[in-house]
Design a protein around this ligand. Structure first.
Ligand code: GDG
Length: 458
């Protein structure tokens, strides 16, 4: 078995309890193969020169973590600027929020080159390299330019938009050409793969060679879908631990005789939070039996607060929640409980379990793991209902959820009402079907599937 090298923007230490399923799954695989995880440390070098970085390598058992400190100017251009100010909005179909005219591209290229320069000396000949996400699209091309002949795979955690949207990025051709330096490119959903295929056909005057092999820019690449899952066993264990049980008990007690709806998201404009709050308001307006009862618990954890668009959405949300609470709230009932803070991961399963309905209604999402976590946390004999956006990658797998169009506010309100009124038998049947899918395609399946495919490519 080759050694695995994982590269991602940030490293999540797989030994820390806060690590999510992805970090745990990758950590386990790294442990097995004796691996290396390389990424930005999240720190900056005081007075660091652009394009230069300080590498810290520490080994724990069979796993080596290599963390790179970056110059402030590089973080600005590569991370805040190009990755989160251009690629994130465009890949989530939001041209209106993209800073396309900016000069961030050179910083993005500079940091990818720096990653390659620092990583290359750590590589061994038969290492299998797995690069993650939109921050590092050109990394394989940079490594190839330095003579790296290893097998390299790439996984995009966020959606790939249609060609007409991608083409708004001035350097889209360069970006897409960079994908052809990989041996395998993985997407979350069939919709993303289809967009890739259309792009290749439309822009690169190229012919798909086989079912999943694409030829363009004088090279070929294999591409496929590898929907990411959660670590079901780990999340179940978390659900049985004391903190989750306590959270469940106190939440149930506090909201007894009330119907509880939950949303858990990073505060990001892709998650459809304003539309969700409006749909909840519409529910109270259209179906008055929910007044004094239905309560929406919205956890919106702080995210990228140094990017303008994130400050704007925060203000919009505060005002929307305030308006609903002002219009409908009463001395003994507050319709929306909006929490702009990170809730400890250990409490999440208890919180999910105490809720009747989950609202997972992103305008666009690569996958969405909250949908899967909610289902796994439910009591099988009396499960809650998942209301899921058709625009989340997860909707391709979780067809037994109540699928909604989050832009359609009355339609979403209607689906929420249906969820609140769903008979036990239907809830159980839907939950069982969802759970089966989530267990079968868990994060370990995802990891294995991607790496086996990558290893088998000739
Ligand atoms: C990207 C893609 C894709 C959220 N708030 C709190 C908290 N969370 C945890 C959730 C979940 C995770 O963060 C969020 O995962 P998502 O999948 O929903 O979304 P992104 O962060 O946007 O992730 C996405 C994913 O990559 C994986 O490929 O599914 O489409 O956008 O685990 O529980 N956790 C804690 N407190 C919070 O307040 N502890």
């Amino acid at each position: 078995m080759s050694r695995l090298v994982v590269v991602s923007n940030r490293i999540a230490d797989p030994r820390k309890p806060a690590a999510g399923g992805l970090a745990v799954a990758l950590g386990e695989t790294l442990k097995k193969t004796g691996g290396l995880w390389f990424g930005w440390s999240g720190k900056t070098v005081p007075d660091g020169m652009p394009g230069e970085g300080k590498l810290n390598v520490h080994t724990a058992g069979t796993v080596t973590l290599a963390e790179l400190d970056l110059a402030e100017e590089d973080v600005d251009a590569y991370y805040r600027g190009y990755s989160n100010g251009v690629l994130w909005p465009v890949f989530h179909y939001r041209l209106d929020l993209a800073h396309l005219e900016s000069g961030y591209l050179s910083g993005y290229r500079r940091v990818n080159r720096l990653f390659a320069r620092k990583l290359a000396p750590l590589l061994r000949e038969d290492d299998l390299i797995w690069i993650h996400d939109y921050h590092l699209i050109p990394l394989a091309a940079e490594l190839r330019a330095m003579g790296c002949a290893n097998r390299i795979g790439f996984f995009l955690h966020i959606p790939l938009p249609p060609q007409q949207i991608l083409a708004a990025i001035p350097s889209h051709e360069w970006l897409m050409r960079a994908l052809f330096a990989y041996d395998l490119v993985g997407f979350q959903s069939e919709a993303d793969l289809l967009n890739f295929s259309h792009y290749v056909q439309a822009e690169a005057t190229a012919e798909p060679v086989g079912v999943s092999q694409f030829r363009a820019f004088n090279s070929t690449v294999q591409a496929g879908t590898f929907p990411i899952g959660i670590d079901v066993d780990e999340f179940r264990r978390l659900g049985q631990a004391r903190e989750a049980r306590d959270t469940y008990d106190t939440t149930c007690k506090e909201y007894s005789r009330r119907r509880l709806l939950i949303g858990v998201d990073r505060l990001d404009y892709s998650k459809g939070l304003p539309q969700r709050i409006r749909a909840f308001g519409e529910l109270l307006r259209e179906y008055p039996e929910n007044r004094h009862s239905a309560t929406l618990l919205q956890v919106a954890s702080p995210s990228r607060e140094d990017v303008d668009a994130y400050v704007d959405i925060q203000h919009e949300l505060e005002s929307l929640c305030g308006a609903i609470n002002g219009n409908y709230g009463d001395l003994d009932w507050m319709p929306v409980r909006y929490i702009h803070r990170i809730i400890a991961r250990r409490r999440l399963p208890g919180l999910y379990r105490a809720c009747d309905v989950a609202l997972v209604t992103p305008l666009r999402d690569g996958m969405n793991l909250v949908a899967k976590e909610f289902v796994v946390a439910q009591d099988e004999s009396d499960p809650g209902v998942l209301v899921l956006s058709r625009f989340a990658g997860a909707a391709e797998q979780l067809k037994d959820a109540l699928l909604v169009n989050p832009y359609d506010i009355p339609g979403t309100a209607q689906a929420i009402q249906r969820a609140l009124q769903m008979p036990l038998e239907e809830r159980r049947a839907r939950h069982a079907a969802l759970l089966e899918n989530i267990c079968r395609y868990d994060v370990h399946w995802w990891c294995r599937q991607f790496l086996e495919t990558l290893a088998e490519i000739r």
